[in-house]
Design a protein around this ligand. Structure first.
Ligand code: GLN
Length: 250
């Protein structure tokens, strides 16, 4: 199958090499005989809600976010339509914040967001930085741990009843207080976990691929052929160990 990915603002939102996540999806799709067709979506480019199987937005600091925010908010309708029709989505950090209702800066400014995720973000005084370990259950009965790295000043507050991506075992998460990290809405995932998130968490890469393939083929998500994941498991082990050393939930 061909999986079409719409990569939003690759030139602006790519902090900590977030685009490495795309390389992982590409390789894991290819190893199962599928082809990833990645198309950049920049400022002024229209989003055709029927053209993609997966949308991807990386992270960026407030400055980069401010540069893309008005354009991204203008793409709200087609992004929400794509999500409603079963397109998968992964949004990281700055992108995650802007996929919610918006981001309030320390200077009183407010960047309106897409309004897809049921949350709002406000910048705090301190930054929440370090390795993170989460426990996730995206499909009932299937528990997985997710290891990553966070670095954000924004505190994201999920609306009551909204589903997080996972529960924080070690680290800060959305706001440092709720014990929740990220947001999950159908086939859309938003998270503060940066950079090489998918290389060390191959189960999440495969979950996203399965959702994108389900959209491409018009079927329910199917299990993917297992891969050895030897290096990936080692990368996860090291990252999870660093998060554990950090101590209890912050
Ligand atoms: N505005 C963000 C913050 O909370 C940006 C974080 C990021 O993408 N690293 O700091």
């Amino acid at each position: 199958m061909r999986i079409v990915v719409g990569h939003l603002y690759p030139g602006y939102l790519n902090i900590y090499a977030d685009r490495g996540n795309i390389a992982v999806l590409d390789q894991r799709a290819a190893l199962r005989g599928h082809e990833l067709d990645v198309r950049s979506l920049g400022i002024g480019d229209p989003v055709d809600p029927d053209a993609y199987d997966l949308l991807y937005v990386g992270g960026g600091q407030d400055r980069e976010q401010a540069l893309v925010a008005p354009d991204l908010a203008g793409k709200s309708e087609p992004i929400q339509a794509a999500h409603a029709s079963g397109v998968a989505l992964l949004a990281v950090c700055g992108g995650y914040q802007l996929l919610g209702r918006g981001y309030g800066g320390r200077d009183g400014s407010f960047m309106p967001g897409v309004g897809l995720f049921p949350h709002e973000t406000v910048a705090g005084v301190t930054r929440m930085i370090g390795d993170v370990l989460l426990e996730c259950e995206l499909d009932p009965g299937e528990k997985h741990q997710l290891a990553g790295f966070e670095n954000h000043a924004g505190r994201t507050l999920l609306d009551p009843g909204a589903a997080p991506l996972g529960r924080v075992m070690f680290g800060f998460g959305n706001d440092g207080e709720s014990g929740l990290e990220g947001c999950r809405l159908g086939r859309a995932i938003g998270t503060y976990l940066h950079g090489p998130l998918l290389p060390r968490n191959p189960w999440l890469a495969d979950w996203l691929l399965a959702q994108a393939l389900a959209h491409a083929s018009g079927t329910d998500p199917q299990p993917l052929e297992p891969l050895p994941n030897t290096l990936e498991a080692e990368a996860f082990r090291i990252a999870a160990g660093r998060a554990r050393k950090r101590g209890g939930r912050r």
